[in-house]
Design a protein around this ligand. Structure first.
Ligand SMILES: NC(=O)c1ccc[n+]([C@@H]2O[C@H](COP(=O)([O-])OP(=O)(O)OC[C@H]3O[C@@H](n4cnc5c(N)ncnc54)[C@H](OP(=O)(O)O)[C@@H]3O)[C@@H](O)[C@H]2O)c1
Length: 335
C-alpha cells in the first residue's frame, strides 16, 4: 500500500516554516509475522518534537520521517496480542499507515471518552500537569497557583487539577478567546491575556496582590520573570517547559535576584521519568471525566498534509487545548 508521510527536509532556523518539511510517498508492505499495520486517526502535535530538529545530535536527520504519539486503528495484524479493528495508542511515524512490532502499543480504555483524550487530558499532557503539581510542586489546598500557556494541553489540565485540589488559579494566555474559555467554562479565578499587557509583572500583581505560592511554568522568559516577581517568600517554581525558548536560546528572566531574596525553589522535570504515576493519575482523571469535573478542548487540523502547519501553529498559539491532526476516520467495527 502506498501512503503519504511527513519528513524533515532541513533543520529549522528559528520558528519552523512549512518549507522545512516535505510530504513524501512510501510503500507499506503487508505485516510480517509478529507485526501489525497501524492506520492513525489522530496525531498528537507536541512541542518536544522541535527539540529533535535541533541538529545531527538531536535525533532526527533531514530526510527522515517524523514520529510521535498517535491514536490508531489496527488495519491488519499478524501479532498475537492485536487484531484488525483494535483501537490503540502508539508511537508511530507521521504517516497514513505504518508497520510496528507492537512495542509500546497499547489498547485504549473505552470508558475514558473519545479516543483522542488519550493524547490530551487522559494522556501525557494530563500526566505532566498531575506530576508537576503534585510530585514536583507539592501543591497544597488553599495555595495560589500561577500557570503559563494556561489554555494549552498541559496548562489547561494544570489549571483544573490545581482548582480540583482547592487552589486559587491564575492563568496567562495569548488571546482574549483563551482567557474567556478559562474564566467562563473552565472556572479559573483570574486570566491574563499577555498579548494586551506591556507590563506583565504589574498585570499579574493586580490579579494576585497577596502573591503566589506556586508557579507552573510552561513558557519562560518574561512569563517566568513575572512568576518570580509574583511569588511569596519560599515560593516554588515547577519548570515544565520553555515555549519562549524552543526556537532559539531560552530567554533568561531578568530578575534572578528574586530567587535568592525570596528563597525560591525551582525544580524542572521530565514526565518520561514518572510514567509509573500513570495508573494513579488515570484513576483520578477517569473519575473527573465521568463527573464532568474536567473541561477539555482540542484544536483539530484536518489532513496529514497539514501536519507541518499544525506543528508550526504551536509557536503562534493557534491551539486552544490539545493540538491534533486528524488523519482518517475509524472504519466500521473498530473496537
Ligand atoms: N516537562 C515535561 O515532561 C513536559 C511534557 C509535556 C509538555 N511539556 C511542556 O509544556 C509546555 C506546554 O506543552 P503543550 O504540549 O501543552 O503545548 P500547548 O500549551 O498546548 O501549546 C503551546 C502553547 O504555548 C504558547 N506559546 C507558544 N509560544 C509562545 C511564546 N513564545 N511565548 C508565550 N507563549 C507561547 C501558546 O499559547 P498562548 O496563545 O497562550 O501563548 C501555545 O498555544 C511546553 O513548554 C512543553 O515543552 C513539558
Amino acid at each position: 500500500m502506498r501512503v503519504r508521510e511527513i519528513r524533515l527536509k532541513r533543520y529549522p532556523e528559528g520558528v519552523p516554516k512549512e518549507t522545512d518539511f516535505e510530504i513524501a510517498e512510501t510503500e507499506v508492505p503487508d505485516p510480517g509475522a509478529g507485526q501489525l499495520c497501524l492506520r492513525p486517526l489522530f496525531l498528537s502535535i507536541d512541542p518536544y518534537q522541535r527539540n529533535r530538529m535541533r541538529g545531527p545530535a538531536a535525533g532526527l536527520k533531514p530526510g527522515q520521517v517524523i514520529e510521535g504519539r498517535c491514536i490508531a486503528e489496527v488495519a491488519a495484524s499478524r501479532h498475537p496480542d492485536f487484531g484488525a479493528g483494535d483501537m490503540v495508542f502508539a508511537n508511530a511515524p507521521w504517516a497514513e499507515a505504518s508497520l510496528t512490532d507492537g512495542n509500546g502499543v497499547r489498547r485504549l480504555d473505552p470508558d475514558l471518552g473519545p479516543p483522542q483524550l488519550h493524547l490530551g487530558a487522559a494522556g501525557v499532557p494530563g500526566l505532566t500537569a498531575f506530576v508537576g503539581l503534585n510530585d514536583i510542586g507539592h501543591m497544597k489546598p488553599g495555595e495560589t497557583v500561577l500557570v503559563s500557556a494556561a489554555a494549552g494541553a498541559v496548562g489547561s489540565m494544570a489549571c483544573q487539577i490545581a482548582k480540583l485540589n482547592g487552589c486559587r488559579v491564575i492563568g496567562t494566555v495569548g488571546s482574549a478567546r483563551k482567557a474567556r474559555w478559562l474564566l467562563d467554562e473552565v472556572g479559573i479565578d483570574e486570566a491574563v491575556d499577555y498579548s494586551q499587557e506591556t507590563d506583565l509583572i504589574a498585570a499579574i500583581r493586580r490579579r494576585c496582590p497577596d502573591g503566589a505560592d506556586l508557579v507552573f511554568e510552561c513558557v519562560g522568559g518574561r512569563h517566568l520573570e513575572a512568576g518570580l516577581a509574583a511569588l511569596k517568600a519560599h515560593g516554588r517554581v515547577v519548570l515544565c517547559g520553555l515555549m519562549a525558548g524552543m526556537n532559539g536560546a531560552s530567554p533568561a528572566p531578568g530578575n534572578l535576584d528574586q530567587v535568592v531574596m525570596k528563597r525560591i525553589g525551582i525544580q524542572g522535570f521530565v514526565v518520561g521519568d514518572h510514567m509509573s504515576r500513570m495508573a494513579a493519575f488515570l484513576a483520578e482523571m477517569k473519575n473527573w471525566l465521568a463527573t464532568g469535573a474536567i473541561h477539555w478542548q482540542e484544536t483539530v487540523v484536518d489532513g496529514i498534509e497539514n501536519t507541518p502547519k499544525a506543528f508550526i501553529g504551536l509557536f503562534s498559539g493557534l491551539n486552544l487545548g490539545k493540538m491534533l491532526v486528524k488523519v482518517s476516520e475509524p472504519t466500521a467495527g473498530t473496537r
